[in-house]
Ligand binder design. Sequence first.
Ligand SMILES: Cc1cc2nc3c(=O)[nH]c(=O)nc-3n(C[C@H](O)[C@H](O)[C@H](O)COP(=O)(O)O)c2cc1C
Ligand SMILES: [Mn+2]
Length: 486
Amino acid sequence: MAYGDLRDFVRALEQRGELKRIPFEVDPVLEIAEFADRSVKSGGPALLFEKPKGSSIPVLINAFASMRRMETALEVDSVEDVARRISEFLEMRMPEGLIGKLKMLPKLAEMGAVFPSIVSNGPCKEVILRDNFSLFDLPILKCWPQDAGRFITLPMVFSRNPDTGKRNCGCYRLQVFDERTTGMHWQTHKQGAEHYRRMRAAGTSKRMDVAVAIGADPATMYSAILPLPPDLDEMMIAGFLRQKPVEMVKCETCDLEVPAQSEIVLEGYVELGELRREGPFGDHTGFYSLDDDYPVFHVTCITHRKDPIYATTIVGPPPMEDFYMGKAIERIFLPLMRLQLPEIRDIAMPAEGIFHNLILVAIRKSYPGHARKVMHAIWGLGQAMFSKCIVVVDEDVNVQDTHEVAWKALNNIDPERDIQFVLGPVDSLDHSSRLANYGSKMGIDATRKWATEGFNRPWPDVIRMSDEVRARVDELWKRAGLDVKI
Ligand SMILES: Cc1cc2nc3c(=O)[nH]c(=O)nc-3n(C[C@H](O)[C@H](O)[C@H](O)COP(=O)(O)O)c2cc1C
Ligand SMILES: [Mn+2]
């Protein structure tokens, strides 16, 4: 059964011993972050701070911060199950014969259940604040000592594409500037920024409606971070993930809808052309991201449930909560990637690579230059374009084992021959590129080289003892008493 809302998910976490309540006062300024960092680094539970200093609203953090919690969030035994469901859809063809068609019905019904529905009211409207409200009433964290202030870190930011009318929902942090304004940190490659650019270019309006939902059922929250193609509605994907439509309700003061079961909703607008300094902010690279000019979000109305929960996260030196959210993306998106690039056997994004800095790719190599073709394809594939370093290995290398990749790749490369540099868009968080958002990327072809690639020396085998000798020594090992732990 799909979670109805965030508190359903909190209950499930608690039942599984995956959540700890903190009943005493803890400060949202730095202290909650330090708790969250220690907990995720030591494999600890999600945390629910019941008395954040300065607010009456409890704070939920690290709700997605382990593979088990990701599985609980997506209601699966393994995130691979989600990948399997996607594969089944992708392979779905109209079957032959009546029996075959009848067997399709449940799948078709499942498909119908993914589209969001509009409802006239919802729990997020239990309290509507049009005048007397302040963002300072929320327990918004200051995460790290050099942060420019308090940041809303896990919002669902809704906007509409002015050309197509399609909805987008992205997770973009919001720096609180005062009681009613925040920064709007949609990076230039993201859909919110694209909507903003298109509205500005159209010149028909001075304002862009934006609504921010904080806290909902976990699949809906999670959909905000998924690297989906433009104009693919995150709420539909959320419906697919939870296998139940997301109910959406109209905002009070702007022309957008938000999940009806949200905990807290900030309605408002971004003034086109207005920019303000945002940051620095302790980011998921493990460094402070530099301050920069970003649009400003003006809040016109806050609605919330009677007893809302404030959902948040912190990012910082890896692994943090977002590593687990990203790991699930890696697993879930593999079948989609393989639709375009079936030669890909597996991919891995180790925590130290912060998603965009390193992607390890195992391929079934079929023709000369194949590894380079795969690199270029990845650099042309949605947010994978940010991949600063792509290491391509043969399919017999297990990319989930970083030790094996380092060992084999470093042995297999002639650097001058096997490294490919390209220029192009880089992640906004890259502090080393020559320009913001523009820099170089590197592909390493660590596959075995072929004669048809100009390599005419023999290629050696990996060392492995023969099975026969291993079996014999298994016996002798025991006879020598070496299997007894001292
Ligand atoms: C905790 C967290 C915080 C994030 N903060 C930002 C942010 O401030 N700005 C941004 O552009 N992307 C941020 N992202 C990444 C986007 O949510 C992600 O790229 C998403 O796919 C964007 O959606 P879109 O393609 O609909 O724009 C964050 C992701 C996570 C998990
Ligand atoms: Mn999107």
